[in-house]
Design a protein around this ligand. Sequence first.
Ligand code: SF4
Length: 390
Amino acid sequence: MSIIRTSFGLKNLISEELERDYKSPLVERMKAGGNRLTLGDLEFRLAEEFGFCYGVDKAVDFAYETLRKFPGKRIFITDEIIHNPRVNLRLRALGIEFLNGKYAEGKTIEEVMPEDVVLIPAFGSSLSGLEKLKARGCTLVDTTCGSVVHVWKRVEKYARDGFTSLIHGKFKHEETIATSSQVTQFPGGVFIIVRDKEQAGIVCRYITSGGDKNKFLEEFRGALSERFSPDTHLERIGCANQTTMLSSESLEIAGMIRDALRAKHGDEALEAHFRSFDTICSATQDRQDAALKLAQSNADLILVIGGFNSSNTEHLAEISSHFKPSYHIEDAGDIISVRQIRHQPVGRHERVAHQEWLPEGPAVIGLTAGASTPNRVIEDVMNRIRNLRV
Ligand code: SF4
């Protein structure tokens, strides 16, 4: 068994393929021309930061390099490499087999043999998942993003120092599953995963006033480490977050927890009871800042392009929806016509059809895209609108 974490140095062999699969000459031209493109009476305006982040770039490159490095070998991936259907489908078409998730076709980890290669996605793997893979004796190619590893180090430190890790995230998200598992390798390491400010409020009330323990445990079912008790594990808390959460909400949650612990233990004892570290990655922050700026511009509407299960894309849609009509779409196929669009409304996990999304006559269409969205998908969306409008 070996774990490979650095590039094979084969970038020159894969660059043409990557270019063809994901890059967009049109988007490159727009970037060179101030992120704008005028087609007839439509102006497309791109956010200043959008699309593939450094972590996704690295993971996708690594997957393509792995195919070149191990020709003839069976290559698996534990689950989606990133949350974008085009990328996952392309990897499957290239011969990479998925062991879990919606792209899996029946192969299981028990079928992995020592001579096989298994990719670990950008989100990382839980410790138990990693142990299972190691036991298969295969070659592991680990594409975990460095910013995710950075969060792991933070929660490990909390656990070593006897602090409960309070993670602002989604407990079913691969990254948060991997992050929370890091805590439990330490004796007494505990975590609680908090979805939003509402759940943070429940934690705060328990800290300051206690409450119904069973109700608390029920509220956080699936989001707690095994031995978690709100009576003993809310005394010393270290805050962290999934790298793709809404950064303003993560900061607010940390502030709420700090205030509750201060109210309970007093100002002087606060340091012994509270720690916080903003673990939103810089790529997420940059895209959120740019989405805000775009939404505050004179764009008539915003199209937010990215996988429907992409956490960071959902948050871009949430930000822009406060200012402009905003539509989270996955790809060009969601533009049904100039009258109808199919999108995922903020806070819901279903696609709905919406009528009259595009104004008649001149319009400025703001565009942004999640960190896992290839530029080629953005180009497809612009072409689709242009073709429908002409
Ligand atoms: S969104 Fe951030 S943490 Fe996730 S892969 Fe990209 S750079 Fe890494």
